[in-house]
Ligand binder design. Structure first.
Ligand code: TYM
Length: 332
């Protein structure tokens, strides 16, 4: 079976709806037909300052949420990035293949470093995409299921794989991004022309999966809508309604066209009230399962241990190939 791989950062107390619909839901869906590797990117998290206690807690909360979202440890290797030193080891090789200007063109680096001033950014933040390339290439996956904001990093990963293959010897498979058009970008509820984001959204703009469902319902009911009154998918002139329809469709399986039909002659308030209920029904069991997994962490810890073992089998082999090809003398 071809492999799939993806990762998520433990940089918030909860996944938001964008993380779930854009990425994690696809992880669940792909398990049936692929050999999956999914991990918590704690090393990416420290590219910006983190409180160690908070990072530790969030890493476990992130792993518990993967299980609650249906990622199944019987079918998928679920692990923590820092448990596999091979990621950082391959990242160094990737950094040595990357041009300085090439790395500087990464839009996520530009956005994040612009916020604190380039002087305030770490070298780690600059090297982030090369660590991500290493994460991916170690497992030689066919697909990498992510949201739209990761597309540029995937392109760099493919360029680096190609460069390594032609400079040394064919070693890496060129991974394809797996980005579903419908949910590639979920927007902020208060500012529906920006993506829903843990670092940039205002609290009212972001649905946190582990939040009190009443709070999430209220956020949906207070989502910014557009002028006019017709419920119609039109990203240009109705970004707010389009975003709500997109979320509604993704959570219920009903197509956007069908929803438009059902809401003919009805108001924005009706749509928001109904979607609020859909969201509550969805997050309620998700929260319960996550909190249960965190109450007694024995199961969670054994999942992560087994996941790391499965990952190690693959990662050590790839790294050994890479070290041999770049000309490192193996230890006696
Ligand atoms: P992260 O932790 O920021 O986000 C996790 C996943 O959620 C997706 N996402 C969204 N999708 C749709 N709409 C949104 N508003 C939205 N916000 C976030 C992201 O695209 C991502 O798929 N660099 C990665 C983590 C990573 C990784 C990897 C991913 C590290 N190594 C290797 C894949 C392969 C990141 O910061 O994602």
């Amino acid at each position: 079976r071809p492999r799939v791989l993806s990762g998520i950062q433990p940089t918030a107390d909860s996944y938001h709806l964008g993380n779930y619909l854009g990425a994690v839901r696809q992880w669940d869906a792909l398990q049936a037909d692929y050999e999956p590797f999914f991990f918590i990117a704690d090393q990416h998290a420290i590219t910006v300052e983190q409180d160690p206690k908070v990072l530790r807690r969030r890493t476990l909360v992130a792993a518990a949420q993967l299980l609650a979202a249906g990622v199944d440890p019987e079918r998928s290797a679920i692990f923590v990035q820092s448990h596999l030193p091979e990621h950082a080891q391959l990242a160094w090789v990737m950094e040595c293949l990357t041009g300085f200007g090439e790395a500087r063109r990464m839009t996520q680096f530009k956005d994040k470093s612009a916020k604190g001033g380039e002087g305030a950014s770490s070298v780690g933040l600059f090297a982030y995409p090369m660590l991500m390339a290493a994460d991916i290439l170690l497992y030689r996956p066919a697909y990498v299921p992510v949201g739209e904001d990761q597309r540029q990093h995937l392109e760099l990963t493919r360029d680096l794989a190609q460069r390594f293959n032609s400079r040394y010897k064919k070693t890496f498979r060129l991974p394809e991004p797996y980005i579903l058009k419908e949910t590639a970008k979920i927007y902020d509820l208060q500012d529906p022309t920006s993506k829903m984001s843990k670092s940039a959204s205002s609290p009212g703009g972001i649905i946190e999966m582990l939040d009190d469902p009443k709070v999430s319902a209220k956020k949906i009911r207070s989502a910014v809508t557009d002028s006019g009154s017709e419920i119609r998918f039109d990203e240009e002139s109705k970004p707010g309604i389009s975003n709500l329809l997109r979320i509604y469709s993704a959570l219920t399986g009903s197509t956007v066209e069908k929803l438009e039909g059902e809401y003919v002659g009805r108001g924005y308030g009706d749509l928001k009230k109904d979607l609020a209920e859909v969201v509550v029904d969805f997050v309620t069991p998700f929260r319960t399962t996550t909190f249960e997994l965190l109450d007694d962490q024995t199961h969670l810890m054994s999942v992560l241990e087994k996941g790391a073992e499965q990952a190690r089998e693959v990662a050590t082999r790839t790294l050994a190939d890479v070290y041999e090809r770049v000309g490192f003398v193996p230890p006696a």
